[in-house]
Design a binder for this molecule. Structure first.
Ligand code: GLP
Length: 241
């Protein structure tokens, strides 16, 4: 893993945006794995700025989001589809049909998971997968457990994850209990992974991700086995090699 530390979140956002832009520029039909949450909002703004300056086009790019809540209407502002439209897709020239987010309202969720994986395996591999991290070490919505899933699946969210995401809703009751997430195998297939970690309160989980044992109890620790992971953070952490 390569660790880049930044003094300010603004610098981090710009560097992360530049890396994503460089992948889109480097090939036609670039495939990007996208993430949601508070972390990527600033870097998506930087991407939009560059697009508005006429310096990048997403006409040929394709995107696959990591995850989506189950049972939340796509029109709900906190659905991950709505998040992506609001923060990125509505402001750039990407073709709507080239943006993919799992359908958390599919009548048959297992069939939806298989459909999503099939699309990913046909159109992938992902050139660059953007990741944030949960306080418990989850990536996408792959929660700590005794075993992890390789493929896209329906997950029961941990209570601490629902608590953490409560800030986006009116109350805990409104936070969905389940989500569809890309599995660890799919995430690890990406050619390059960009893990963005903001805020000193995530320093401990980032330290465990970088330096701790590889364990399903910290799903992000599996990234230690991926050949090309770039970590961008403003946390005070060391990579112990
Ligand atoms: C969310 C998402 C993750 C995200 C993480 C951290 O629930 N499923 O993709 O990385 O939790 O979110 P935040 O960036 O808001 O701290």
């Amino acid at each position: 893993m390569i660790l880049h530390k930044f003094k300010t979140q603004a610098d981090l956002d710009r560097a992360a945006a530049d890396l994503i832009i460089s992948v889109v520029r480097s090939k036609t039909n670039a495939v990007l794995g996208m993430a949601t949450g508070g972390t990527p909002v600033g870097l998506y703004k930087e991407i939009v700025k560059t697009y508005q300056q006429g310096l990048i086009s997403f006409k040929e790019a394709r995107t696959f989001n990591l995850d989506e809540y189950v049972g939340l209407p796509v029109t709900h502002p906190e659905s991950y589809r709505a998040f992506m439209q609001r923060n990125l897709f509505d402001h750039i020239d990407i073709k709507p049909e080239n943006t993919h987010v799992p359908n958390g309202n599919a009548p048959d969720i297992d069939a939806e998971c298989r459909r999503y994986d099939e699309m990913l395996y046909q159109q992938g591999p992902v050139d660059l997968q953007l990741l944030g991290i949960g306080h418990n070490g989850h990536i996408g919505f792959n929660e700590p457990d005794t075993e992890l899933s390789r493929f896209t699946y329906k997950v029961t969210l941990k209570e601490d994850t629902r608590e953490a995401n409560k800030r986006f809703f009116n109350s805990l009751d409104e936070v969905p209990t389940h989500a569809v997430t890309m599995g660890m195998g799919t995430i690890m297939q990406a050619k390059m992974i960009l893990l963005v970690v903001k805020g000193q309160e995530k320093a401990e989980i980032l330290d465990r991700t970088l330096n701790g044992p590889i364990t399903t109890q910290v799903p992000a620790s599996l990234l230690q086995t991926h050949p090309r992971v770039i970590v961008m953070t403003d946390c005070d952490v060391q990579y112990k090699v």
